[in-house]
Design a protein around this ligand. Structure first.
Ligand code: NAP
Length: 336
């Protein structure tokens, strides 16, 4: 039996996680017992939410305990099974943790999704057809309620969630404007079919939004919070919907910067609403089917940014907060 390596939470970080906030451990992998399934991780998903899970106190989910294997979504292959629902060679996605092998009991195995890698490569099941794609789908369509002809603006537009938001907005007949950091990211975003992309690192975002959204913003999908949220609030159209998906600019701050321009909601009769994708779990399959159809038809493009090597986990996570990823960030743990 092989050896399992794991990243465990060693300390609750202050600011950006440091290497000393993690402990790399190893232990032998054991054979599954009755009902258990052993999955070898092939790709681990890196998500901004991980930073929140490292803090003390429950939010929409329990924090990761000190000493526990870090919570992580991953995709892998079943290498041994005593669970009739899974056979050796099956590919699955689910919460496997930041580790090379996950041994799941029958209750935990119920949370695994079997995926067909002959139809779509495994990384895509962790990207457009995974949680970030579903977040874009439900956040935009259910919370944002876009109508054909609307102007939809999304921040973090070159990232895993944002790139899907703009593409779905285009599919629904909207004008899509992205906000992203740097010319390379903005080119990527317009190549995806967005009508425009604002480089927040070199442009005045309030003015650029005024230029690209002359009739105001009907739906603003916010992934970053802070000053970019304020710039969007300053450009809302009447009856606008502001979707609070995330606020990555604030995740490493001690004090969260709230919106200063919130009175724009009053002036424009607009609303601001947050959501957690888990609330739509009952409809994941339906949404994934529709998005798979768009993918196969070439109407939706998936970009994954893959870093090699399990042991890069602490450093690779930081890429999200430094804006060093293009599309969905994954670690490749082992060859398929
Ligand atoms: P991502 O967009 O692929 O990666 C994060 C991106 O955020 C970076 O590439 C960077 O892009 C941008 N960023 C980092 N620091 C920033 C800052 N200070 N100001 C502005 N932009 C910054 O990550 P993702 O997984 O798709 O997540 C995007 C957002 O969705 C996050 O806020 C996440 O928490 C949220 N989310 C919410 C749910 C939910 O259920 N509500 C589910 C999944 C994700 P630039 O180079 O362009 O700055």
């Amino acid at each position: 039996m092989p050896t399992n390596h794991q990243f465990r939470l060693a300390a609750r970080p202050s600011g950006l996680p440091k290497r000393s906030d993690w402990k790399l451990t190893e232990e032998p992998v054991r054979d599954p017992g009755p009902g258990e399934v052993l999955v070898q991780a092939l790709y681990i998903s890196l998500d901004p939410a991980m930073r929140g899970w490292m803090n003390e106190g429950r939010t929409y989910i329990d924090p990761v305990e000190i000493g526990a294997v870090m919570r992580a979504y991953a995709g892998g292959r079943v290498v041994a099974s005593q669970n009739p629902a899974f056979a050796v060679g099956d590919h699955v996605t689910g919460v496997l943790g930041a580790q090379e092998y996950a041994l799941l009991d029958s209750a935990a195995a119920k949370g695994l999704n079997k995926v067909d890698t002959k139809l779509v490569p495994l990384p895509v099941y962790l990207s457009v057809l995974g949680l970030t794609g579903l977040t874009a789908y439900f956040g935009l369509l259910e919370v944002g309620q876009p109508k054909a002809g609307d102007t939809v603006v999304v921040s973090g537009a070159a990232g895993a969630t944002g790139m899907v938001v703009g593409q779905i907005a285009k599919l629904k007949g909207c004008r899509a404007v992205g906000i992203a950091g740097g010319p390379e990211k903005c080119r990527f975003v317009t190549d995806l079919g967005f009508d425009a992309c604002i480089d927040y690192k070199s442009e005045n975002v309030i003015q650029a939004l005024r230029k690209h959204c002359p009739n105001g913003i009907n739906v603003y999908f916010d992934n970053v919070g802070g000053e970019i949220l304020d710039a969007a609030l300053a450009n809302l159209a009447r009856g606008a919907r502001v979707v609070i998906c995330g606020a990555i600019s604030q995740y490493n701050s001690k004090e969260i910067q709230g919106p200063r321009n919130y009175l724009a909601l009053l002036v424009q009769g607009a609303r601001m609403e947050g959501f957690v994708v888990f609330n739509y779990a009952a409809r994941y399959a339906e949404a994934a089917r529709e998005m798979a159809g768009w993918l196969v038809a070439g109407k939706l493009k998936a970009k994954v940014d893959i870093v090699e090597g399990f042991q890069t986990f602490p450093e690779t996570l930081l890429k999200l907060f430094r804006g060093e990823n293009l599309g969905k960030l994954l670690i490749k743990v082992a060859d398929e």
